[in-house]
Design a protein around this ligand. Structure first.
Ligand SMILES: Cc1cc2nc3c(=O)[nH]c(=O)nc-3n(C[C@H](O)[C@H](O)[C@H](O)COP(=O)(O)O)c2cc1C
Length: 166
């Protein structure tokens, strides 16, 4: 196994949709599966982004993001959010037939069709070659019961047997 493919040993992973806005208020959403809780107190969550992503650019600009946990039903819509970068189109949420709705504490909208939402303010970043580790402080969270989809790799997804307990 090639050393750079070590991450494949950590599959399946949770998959989320990260929503952001740019300085003009245009929203964006992109799937991420390089994501993990970092600390409970303070409540911190981290994810790894390729440095060209609009998601990263938006977070650097407006210092907020929402981690939206998708349902199995919207996996095809989530997939659509990965087909373009927000650098190419600024209507990805509606392009993917998803609905932006008001969040509780941050200006970034959350995605209505998801089953859980983790609202974050930018906390820290560390660049590694072409990837950036972004850590956000959780300022609000809410979730409904449901089955969490998992990312196996590429376009392969699985379903967790555990229901999210909130
Ligand atoms: C299931 C799935 C998981 C992904 N995980 C990541 C990830 O962890 N980090 C990353 O940089 N890109 C990841 N991507 C790719 C981005 O979602 C994709 O390039 C997207 O178009 C970026 O959009 P943006 O430029 O608007 O941020 C993933 C794509 C899919 C389909």
């Amino acid at each position: 196994m090639e050393i750079q493919n070590f991450y494949k040993l950590l599959a399946p992973r949770p998959v989320v949709l990260i929503s952001t806005i740019d300085g003009n208020g245009n929203s964006d959403a992109a799937p991420y599966s390089f994501i993990m809780p970092v600390s409970q107190n303070p409540p911190l969550i981290g994810f790894s982004s390729v440095n060209t992503r609009k998601t990263l650019k938006n977070i650097r600009e407006t210092k907020e993001f929402v981690v939206n946990i998708p349902t199995e039903e919207i996996l095809p819509d989530l997939w659509k959010c990965a087909q373009y970068s927000g650098n190419e189109r600024n209507d990805k949420i509606s392009y993917a037939n998803l609905t932006a709705e008001k969040s509780g504490k941050v200006n970034v909208p959350r995605i209505k069709e998801c089953m859980a939402w983790i609202e974050c303010r930018f906390f820290f970043e560390k660049e590694f070659n072409d990837r950036v580790l972004v850590v956000g402080e959780v300022v609000e969270c809410e979730g409904k019961e449901g089955i969490c989809p998992l990312h196996i790799g590429g376009n392969k997804f699985g379903i967790s047997s555990r229901r999210l307990t909130v």
